[in-house]
Write a protein that binds this ligand. Sequence first.
Ligand code: HEC
Length: 150
Amino acid sequence: MSERLTKSAARNIFYGGTLFFLAIFIALVAQSHAYILSTSSNNDRLTDAVVRGKHIWEKNSCINCHTIMGEGAYFAPEVGNVWVRYGGKTDPEGAREGLKGWFAAQPTGIEGRRQMPQFNLTEQEANDLIDFLKWTSEVNTQNWPPTPAG
Ligand code: HEC
């Protein structure tokens, strides 16, 4: 065998290496996809109300001010866990009423506080939105974001 790297050896290393790492990449993508579907989201708890609530969330661009699971804008508090912060785990009815009251009371007009607009949600829209926020709070985010209000 010659001491120098021949052209064909270099080509084999290139193609072999490319195929090898492509195979690893495909395996990792498949593993992540399976993990997302089976472990890291609550697909089994998705209801029509949750889906409608997500559309209301999108239609009103709540994410232009809020973060959800750490993603979004930093003008207003994190809402991925707002259901829990309103006591939804121990008192679901109270949390629902509290959130509805919050929506209805906007804007507060309190001087020096950032303001949230009035969206004039119907009873059904508010309930769907709250179902979406409740569902979101039950996704295992591995304690993300690290500070409760984002
Ligand atoms: C223009 C910016 C803006 C938009 C858009 C907005 N919010 Fe807010 N939101 C705020 C601000 C600012 C606060 C905090 C106000 C305060 O503490 O006085 C807030 C507070 C909240 C709270 C209470 C949070 C807490 O930690 O107590 C909830 C729940 C909430 N918003 C939900 C929503 C939902 C749902 C939407 C979409 C329908 C939405 N917001 C759209 C600005 C916004």
